[in-house]
Ligand binder design. Structure first.
Ligand code: HEC
Length: 99
């Protein structure tokens, strides 16, 4: 039987299936805390996605450009534009989620 990533996440409701969250889980969670309410990342140098989302002035264009620029400690991960859009959208859903 083939389990889809969405099914593996056991969403609370069908509308909770977010392709950006699935991508973040599979591509970024090795280093970043990617879920709402998580502040401690596996990699101590990597900010949690909730913290990134709640950085003052954070916006889709700002996130987009930070994903396309290189970082000191973060490997350059090659994302397709549709993957970038999904992840940016997901990270912004964490804004002001303080529980
Ligand atoms: C191998 C570990 C690693 C992986 C995998 C990783 N990151 Fe990072 N990321 C880091 C570290 C460490 C930092 C903080 C230091 C830096 O900017 O290099 C960071 C910083 C960031 C920042 C903030 C950049 C800024 O300009 O302040 C964003 C946004 C980000 N990561 C998004 C992602 C996304 C989205 C993914 C998955 C597609 C991802 N990261 C995967 C380690 C990682």
């Amino acid at each position: 039987m083939i389990a889809t990533p969405a099914a593996a996440l056991r969403p609370r409701s069908p509308s909770a299936v977010d392709p950006g969250r699935v991508l973040a889980q599979s591509m970024c969670a090795e280093c970043h805390a990617v879920q709402a309410g998580q502040y401690v990342s596996p990699n101590p140098y990597a900010p949690s996605f909730e913290r990134i989302a709640n950085t003052p002035g954070m916006s889709a264009p700002a996130l987009w450009s930070s994903l396309y620029s290189s970082h000191r400690r973060m490997p350059n991960i090659i994302l397709r534009p549709d993957e970038t859009r999904a992840i940016v959208t997901y990270i912004l859903t964490l804004q002001d989620a303080d529980d």
